[in-house]
Design a protein around this ligand. Structure first.
Ligand code: SF4
Length: 287
């Protein structure tokens, strides 16, 4: 059995950076009250490591009290949340990925230019909520073709994408949106491809491995949007695709009569998790 592992699988620059900042600060402020506002990255195993070092993860901003420390996730927060934390004199440990910060800056400028902002991404994802929180009230989020029905665009629009968006979905929604914009007489359209480089490379590599493989294993949090997108990309090519969080979920049956196994992982999956999965798959061949 041959195993092909994606070279771009695992922790991306932004996730690595976020985890390093968090652990450095845990060490630096030992004994202080530190909370994590929502999961720092979408990987339960890595979040647990921070929980084990005494960091409590809270979903609501009200659960962070005056003067405490707060770790902001790699997905970023809204301007309003930033204001609330500053007013409470909370010491912010900001792990927002610079690529996400770049989108916040783009939408700020678009706002000053009186452009209506359109975000192509998942409206339920905290990165997108954070982007909306830096844009004007008139911001639109397009998650699927359905969201394009009955939209009303301004004369000037600026389009950005969620960093982990599937490239093909972005292309398809963008071309449908441009058609509507031209029909509605939009005069100025600015497009920013803000899908991050790490995401593009990982998706392209995963796709080409899926074309060669008989079965694909995608590793990463079930709540991780970028991991789910890798799964969806493979599913379009192959029937046997499995999304797992750890080697414990692997089943020997999945590899029966399979010659080529492809392995890829989301941006928040550690090298250690990938190694554990590969070792377990290899062990099936030994028995
Ligand atoms: S996937 Fe890209 S945008 Fe998201 S954390 Fe990683 S580097 Fe940053």
């Amino acid at each position: 059995m041959k195993i092909i592992v994606a070279k771009n699988a695992g922790f991306c620059f932004g996730v690595k950076r976020a985890m390093e900042i968090a652990f450095e600060n845990v060490e630096k402020h030992k004994g202080k009250k530190i909370k994590m506002l929502r999961e720092i990255i979408h990987n339960p195993l890595e979040v647990k490591k921070l929980n084990d070092s005494g960091i409590k993860c809270v979903d609501k901003i009200d659960e962070i009290r005056n003067g405490e420390y707060a770790i902001i996730s790699a997905h970023g927060i809204t301007l309003n949340e930033e204001r609330i934390l500053k007013n409470k004199n909370v010491k912010i440990i900001d792990t927002t990925c610079p690529y996400v910060k770049k989108i916040h800056n783009i939408v700020k400028v678009l706002n000053l230019e009186n452009c209506q902002i359109v975000v192509i991404g998942d409206k339920e994802h905290y990165e997108v909520k954070g982007i909306i929180g830096h844009s004007g009230n008139n911001t639109l989020v397009i998650s699927s073709e359905k969201d394009l029905e009955n939209i009303k665009l301004d004369k000037k629009i600026g389009i950005v994408s969620q960093t982990t968006q599937n490239i093909e979905t972005f292309q398809n929604l963008l071309s449908a949106l441009l058609k509507i914009a031209l029909n509605q007489g939009v005069m100025e359209i600015k497009i920013f491809n803000t899908i991050c480089d790490a995401t593009q490379k990982r998706q392209e590599e995963t796709k080409s491995i899926a074309k060669e493989a008989d079965v694909m294993i995608i590793i990463g949090g079930k709540n991780s949007a970028n991991t789910r997108r890798l799964f969806d990309i493979c599913k379009e090519i192959l029937k046997d695709v499995y999304h797992i969080e750890s080697e414990k979920e692997l089943k020997k049956l999945w590899f029966k009569n399979k010659k080529v196994v492809g392995v890829s992982a989301g941006a928040s999956t550690s090298e250690e998790s990938i190694k554990n999965v590969i070792n377990k798959i290899l062990s099936y061949g030994e028995k």
